[in-house]
Write a protein of this length. Structure first.
Length: 106
């Protein structure tokens, strides 16, 4: 089966969808931007499965950002749980893209 190739635009789109719901500080926007740049650089050596995996991780990060972006009032327990989920999503995406979290401002 021939290897599918995503354009640079598609790679940027893959990670830019969450840029509108970024918590204060833009940490997640910088992480997704760094990942998009890394994906663009490695595009020729990536298969569709790897690109889909990265897309799912990016979606997971956006979902983890949702409680913060919605401005919901969270209990201390819910806030702690949501923060842990957000940190995990950030670590997973950064690891899969090969981008250190400090690149994203963490």
């Amino acid at each position: 089966m021939p290897r599918q190739r995503l354009s640079s635009f598609a790679a940027l789109w893959l990670f830019s969808a969450g840029a509108l719901a970024v918590p204060a500080g833009g940490v997640d926007e910088r992480l997704m931007s760094a990942c998009a740049a890394r994906v663009d650089a490695r595009m020729d050596s990536m298969g569709p499965e790897e690109l889909d995996y990265l897309r799912r991780l990016e979606f997971g990060l956006r979902m983890a950002m949702a409680p913060f972006a919605a401005g919901e009032s969270l209990s201390d327990h819910d806030l702690e749980e949501a923060s842990e989920q957000l940190d995990l999503a950030r670590r997973q995406l950064a690891s899969a893209c090969g981008v250190p979290l400090h690149t994203a401002g963490r």
